[in-house]
Design a protein around this ligand. Sequence first.
Ligand code: ADP
Ligand code: MG
Length: 366
Amino acid sequence: MAAARWPGVAEADGALTLTVAEGVTSAVVHALARGEAPPPPFAVRALTPLPAAVPDGERPITVDQTNLSVIVGETVVVKWYPRPVRGPHPAPGLLAHLAGFARTATPYACLFWEDALVALVTAYLPDARDGWEWCVDEAEAGRTGFAAEIGRLAAELHLAMATPSEVFPHPVRLPRPDGPGPATWPARAEEALRAALALTGGEDGAWLAARAATLRRELAPLASARPSPLIRIHGDLHVGQILRWRDGYAVVDFDGNPTVADGEAFQPAARDLAQLRTSVDHAAQVAVRRRGTDPEAALAWAAAAREDVRKSYLAALAEAGRPELLDETLLRPFEIEQECRELIYAARHLPRWRYAPMGVLRSWFP
Ligand code: ADP
Ligand code: MG
């Protein structure tokens, strides 16, 4: 079986497909650890040296995931992109910029095929569980201690994003009146609301339609938003991207949000914080549906936890002397926009998810 050392990449109708045979992930990791260059048109962007001795053996990660992650020798994770996309991808630049940020899985290398990112190689975090497990456990148990920790984690991530590096020498921007920024936010949110209204049918759709004016009022502050600072954000920061592992919490998956049309890389920090907070509300809905948690208890838990996330996020920014990184007036409108995006996502990709954003919206606007 000497042939199967690198994955296969096929291109048809302008779309790439990646196939990874058994044993390939382990072979690739060992080749990279030896410093071997892959055969063209593969290319490697090295970020941190791999451990010299990676044990043999590979096993796939089996949780719900968009891509295909495989663990090699219980030390390295390779995230393969089964449908690689040509052109710029946010993760390599972000991970290079975040070099030294300890609260993510150490990134070792990016593997490209021509101009398409096909894999990310990172450190394996032992005993890692993502928030769709651990945070739902907390909701079920009514424990909120985690909230201060993930609020701080989000702030530390943003502080690292806002610190100059060779990759991003100017990581904090003020929007220009003629450039992307506040001027585009109201239309982007309105578009999300309209799509959510159009795509949500039945009783839920009728309920939403009856609240359209209320939701629009919540979005209104976007129209008078100040030109607050823009940074590179995570872009898809929900509890599922926060792993609780042997040594604490870590944030992973810098692929951004493929369902957002506004591909502007620099965004207000409030977008990440809004998404993180709403994901805590979603965890409460999951606990009610899947674990039989009492709905009132779950809502009270979510209200307390999301407030603690906000407080500890703010405290961490203040401690670092960077309180200006968060424009709090954007938080609520972005949370509303996020719930619209969850409804759009449910309608287009995962109908059984609709209950979560609907449950949250119904609790916010009884
Ligand atoms: P996807 O793009 O498929 O969502 P993620 O990077 O979010 O990929 O990873 C998917 C899942 O794999 C995570 O939810 C987590 O359970 C697991 N995982 C990801 N990275 C690591 C890691 N470094 N160590 C351990 N488990 C991980
Ligand atoms: Mg993910």
